[in-house]
Write a protein that binds this ligand. Structure first.
Ligand code: FAD
Ligand code: DLZ
Ligand code: SF4
Length: 508
């Protein structure tokens, strides 16, 4: 029998992948490190290293299980440097006429695969908990798509944290017990680290050589690169961090980039862990009395709710979603996002840790880098590209709805019911950044005024027509209207001056 080709992409490293389940003995598994994928944006070097090292180790596991794997390394002389090119080359090599793939997580690659000159079946990616059809059915005829309602559907579907038809403890959402600031604590557990083995070291040398100029520090590299390591990270999180995840999930500290976060997105998103096993582990820990319910529920909601909801939106909205710009924002992304000096301590730290770890937690992404870009009116396409480049867990299906939708409101309110904007006050409440900042968070205008304070009003006023009737943000306009006219003029003048300095490339 003629063999089929079975494609496995760098973020599909799961042994129960639908394409693998469709494989017959004798089929050829195709995996390829290619420049087209490694350079469609200038990924953080740690992201490329994680994917290549994990791909090589996954391929070795498949070989051990008896599969025939045609693996292309980036520097193989015959590498066509494209996924479609490698499929065609392997098809010619093995006399294969059919290809089976699991649907990629990006429209760009779905289109490339659907234009192949050979018959290619794209199977559903059933590692997710909701199918496209389920999300479409849920979304159809709804005036507003709100994560909370979708999440309840998913709780019922999976039975996670359910007591019969009722949510465990009587409530669906325990967020009011969360959102506490954190104090520095030397004894807070750190995620496990994995010193590079030989395979990872070879990849690190390659990545240093080929992608060393991309933004971000390649070394030290201590992420896990196989399923066994990813499982250790999961166990460690459940054992040591989950119990306090809920209360401190919105907190930010200069000296602790990880706090009680799980750092599981790198592994979930490349396939080394499945969302259902991670959610189940958290539910089991609560059932065993090891962690509080508000933490287990808050954590499970991020995966069962937000992660699935974001994927649903990406596939519902189609390929043009990433070019939305509902607020018509046009400023260029300032150099401070690439590490140019800034006096804003919060941004300096959020970008700094992103450079080092290719990681920032949700509130840093949303309320520091995202908030500033939104307030300053940065072109959302540039913001989207930045997030896709700099984070180790960034793939378009999850990054785009978070950036274009939740963070930049560029979809006009599809993902979020209001723009996530705040003045410096929120940042001061939830972090220790302001204590050592050049700017003063309590100063609203004049010398040393925190830029978030100025830009917050400038943003609201620029979009007054759209926002003043929004029940979640409209009240701010009453505060503005009560302000003294001179003060209002000063705020808007100083905000404009700030943006001019930013656009001119001055240190702000
Ligand atoms: P934890 O705080 O421990 O949360 C547990 C898990 O929940 C995460 O691993 C993740 O899988 C899931 N999760 C939490 N929030 C979200 C969310 N909003 N959307 C989807 N999943 C979520 N997440 C990505 O996985 N890839 C991205 O490219 C990405 N880009 C983002 C861009 C912006 C502008 C914002 C605001 C958020 C983005 N997120 C992204 C969501 C979130 O910030 C990360 O999932 C989270 O910080 C990953 O760290 P963690 O594993 O320690 O998460
Ligand atoms: C992100 C990425 C990178 C950096 N490199 C590769 C690669 O060389 N080969 C591969 O198969 N996949 C890679 N990936 C992941 C793909 O870009 C990813 O499958 C798509 O973006 C869809 O999510
Ligand atoms: Fe950021 Fe303003 Fe606080 Fe400085 S004072 S850290 S700019 S919020």
């Amino acid at each position: 029998m003629m063999p089929k080709l079975i494609l496995i992409l760098g973020d599909q490293l799961s042994h129960d992948l639908s394409a693998l389940r469709a494989a017959d003995p004798g089929d050829i598994i195709v995996m390829a490190e290619v420049m087209a994928e490694a350079s469609y944006v200038r990924h953080h070097p740690k992201k490329i290293a994680l994917i290549f090292a994990a791909m090589r180790k996954f391929a070795a596991e498949l070989t051990d299980r008896g599969w025939q794997v045609a693996y292309t390394r980036l520097d193989d002389p015959d590498n066509s440097q494209r996924i479609d090119g490698e499929l065609l080359r392997r098809a010619a090599e093995h006399g294969a006429k059919d290809i089976v793939a699991t649907e990629p997580g990006e429209w760009r690659l779905i289109q490339i695969l659907s234009q192949m000159p050979l018959p290619l079946r794209q199977l559903p990616d059933d590692r997710f908990l909701a199918t496209h059809a389920e999300f479409e059915d849920w979304a159809r005829d709804r005036k507003e798509l709100r994560m909370e309602w979708f999440y309840r559907l998913m709780r019922r579907k999976t039975g996670l944290l359910m007591e019969g038809a009722e949510p465990a403890g009587g409530k669906w959402n325990y967020d009011h017990d969360n959102r506490k600031p954190a104090a520095p604590d030397l004894f807070r557990p750190r995620p496990p680290r994995f010193p590079p083995d030989d395979i990872t070291q070879q990849v690190l040398d390659l990545v240093q050589d080929r992608f060393g100029d991309n933004f971000g520090d390649l070394l030290p590299f201590d992420y896990a690169t196989d399923r066994a390591g990813a499982l250790r990270v999961l166990d460690h999180f459940i054992e040591h961090s989950l119990d306090l995840f809920g209360p401190y999930q919105d907190a930010m500290l200069v000296d602790d980039p990880f706090l009680h976060h799980s750092i599981l997105s790198p592994y979930l998103n490349c396939g080394l862990l499945s969302p259902s096993e991670v959610c189940q582990a958290a539910a089991d820990a609560w059932q065993a009395g090891k962690v509080r319910l508000n933490s287990a529920e808050g954590f499970i909601r991020q995966i069962l709710g937000w992660r699935e909801f974001m994927r649903g939106i990406y596939f519902l909205e189609g390929p043009d979603y990433t070019s939305r710009n509902a607020l018509d924002h046009r400023h260029n992304l300032p150099g401070l996002y690439w590490g140019a000096e800034t006096r804003m301590n919060c941004l300096s730290h959020a970008v700094g840790q992103t450079r080092v770890h290719a990681y920032a937690h949700h509130i840093q992404r949303l309320m520091i880098t995202g908030n500033f870009a939104l307030l300053a009116g940065i072109d959302p396409a540039q913001v989207h590209e930045w997030y896709l480049e700099v984070y180790i867990d960034a793939y378009e299906w999850v990054e785009a709805p978070n950036t274009i939708g939740m963070s930049q409101f560029a979809d006009g309110g599809l993902v979020g019911s209001k723009p996530y904007v705040s003045s410096g006050n929120y940042i001061n409440k939830m972090s220790d950044y302001c204590k050592t900042c050049h700017y003063s968070v309590t100063t609203k205008t004049g010398d040393g005024a925190c830029p978030f304070n100025l830009l917050y009003w400038d943003f609201l006023l620029r979009h007054r027509d759209r926002l003043q009737d929004n029940p979640r943000i409209g009240r701010a306009f009453a505060t503005w209207d009560r302000m003294d006219k001179d003060r209002r003029d000063t705020i808007l003048t100083e905000a404009a001056q700030f943006l001019n300095r930013m656009d001119a490339g001055e240190t702000v």
